[in-house]
Write a protein that binds this ligand. Structure first.
Ligand code: BG6
Ligand code: MG
Length: 212
């Protein structure tokens, strides 16, 4: 086996939360009178909540205080979490679950490396609350992707050397973070475009070809 463990990004890799992020940011932007669309939303992929807010506020003519920004981030998150309540095990694609099971059967340790502070809530909504061996997420890091911290912590939690881990990512910032951590990476979805990953996946099950 080329790897001993795989660290998966969550949003956009294991499940799709993009639209809920979009709806919640859009509601905040509309309330503040700031233009926001799906293209801007794409730039928030892999980016921490506060860094995402800064991108949303780029088009604002008003300069807000740190207190106001913290309140805006909380407002967005409350709305986002309400929307996440709509998620269920039906939002976990059978192909994803079957591939995860096959990777585990090959003896690989499986972890999460996500910027999201809602990671555990989302995993439990889609029926994967107890599935992963270890979780590194927005609650245990101080620096967001493209900084390697979330993946280095993930490898540490899995008790693996960084070079023994493969990262799966849908964001360019996540591929850069994996490279900075000394890990190979597999890009899926939007991240394929950046051309920086070790592997480019057309579908999730292609991952099985990367580990043999
Ligand atoms: C990432 C998403 O997984 O988590 C980003 O791709 C998001 O769009 C980030 O901003 C932080 O998420 P949360 O759930 O902590 O607000
Ligand atoms: Mg992602």
């Amino acid at each position: 086996m080329k790897y001993q463990g795989i660290i998966f990004d969550l949003d956009g890799v294991i499940c799709s939360t993009d639209h809920y992020h979009y709806l919640a940011w859009k509601a905040l932007a509309d309330r503040l009178g700031i233009y926001f669309d799906e293209t801007i939303n794409n730039r928030l992929r892999g980016v921490s909540r506060m860094a995402s807010l800064e991108i949303v506020l780029e088009r604002s003519t008003v300069v807000y205080t740190e207190e106001e920004k913290a309140a805006f981030a909380e407002e967005k998150n409350n709305l986002y979490r309400e929307l996440l309540k709509n998620m269920s095990p039906a939002d976990l694609a059978p192909e994803v679950k079957e591939t995860l099971d096959a990777l585990r059967a090959e003896g690989l340790k499986l972890g999460i490396g996500s910027s999201s502070k809602n990671t555990k809530f989302i995993l439990s909504q889609i029926g994967l609350g107890d599935f992963f061996d270890k979780i590194s997420d927005g609650t245990n890091i101080t620096r967001s992707k493209p900084d390697p911290e979330v993946f280095l912590k993930g490898a540490e939690y899995l008790e693996l050397a960084p070079a023994a881990c493969l990262v799966v990512e849908d964001a360019k910032a996540g591929i850069e973070a994996a490279t900075a951590a000394g890990m190979d990476s597999a890009a899926i979805g939007d991240a394929v475009k950046c051309g920086l990953a070790t592997y480019n996946l057309t579908r999730f099950a292609d991952l099985l070809n990367c580990v043999d």
